[in-house]
Design a protein around this ligand. Sequence first.
Ligand SMILES: O=C(O)CCC(=O)C(=O)O
Ligand SMILES: [Fe+2]
Length: 324
Amino acid sequence: MTTDSRTTDEAARKAGVEVKPVAGYIGAEISGVDLAAGLDDAVVAAIRAAVLRWKVVFFRGQRLDHAAHVAFARRFGETVVLPRRGKASPPDFPEIETTADRLELGGRFGMEHDEWLRRRRHTLLRGWHCDHGARVDPPAATILRAETVPPYGGDTTWSNLAAAYAGLSAPLRQFVDGLRAEHRLGVGYQPRPGDDAYVRHLLDRQVATLHPLVRVHPESGERILYVNGYYVEQIAGLSRPESGAILEMLLEQAVRPEYTVRFRWEPGSVAFWDNRATMHLAPGDTAHLDHPRIMHRVMLAGDVPVGVDGTASQPVTGTEPGRW
Ligand SMILES: O=C(O)CCC(=O)C(=O)O
Ligand SMILES: [Fe+2]
């Protein structure tokens, strides 16, 4: 499978679906498909090719319920079953995670969201992340659907990390190709009464992995600037100030506006992104609004990343492939 646009177009033509790019480097809207119906293999192949080519694809006006959402995801790979989940997750659907109103990430870790973000070392990248990036095998993809959206606000933004890598100068690409960085979750957070089971699970386990700073995409072969605004902590072998300055620069590069796409949700919208080749930014503009925002997601299991020299990511603590 390649990211060649001819391959993508060919697959779409065969399947009778329309793939319409919506930004120069990332994002395409797919129409002419009902995700709740049983999809034939050609449609699945067309969607898969579009996700690889455009990194995130959008569907509108879908009528997925939890069961159909999971069934759709399973056409593309193994779904992730979280062993202990937040109280927001629907009963009987261990693969579905629900976020209501806003991402309470800070609150989840025992402090207010702003304080949580302030503690991050990298100031530029407030909130940009790929999902579960501190794991040794982060999910390959996330499929997010909107149930209830505010009348304004609540947009999500994605960035293309292959384009960000390609946009670096040659000497800098060569420099980062050989580096690895530690990604961490749960460090320094204090538990507090009322934490749900999922939070306690995260707090129980410090999760950290040494990932290549440039990973080779397992399907497309593209080089990906593998930084993460939530999780990346330190470039191995560099001093703390060197690492901090270089990470700030790379994180800024990773989310340059031209590499991004922003999506306006409607009820029934679905976004399907390649979590190996993108970061995304959950909206921060709805917390003060009096409008609910209810989203459900399913993730696909992913591989252990591999760097340019063929070296795989190394677990540091609290993570092993396939164990959630
Ligand atoms: O709700 C959103 O817009 C995105 C939330 C998010 O980061 C995720 O589902 O992984
Ligand atoms: Fe996310």
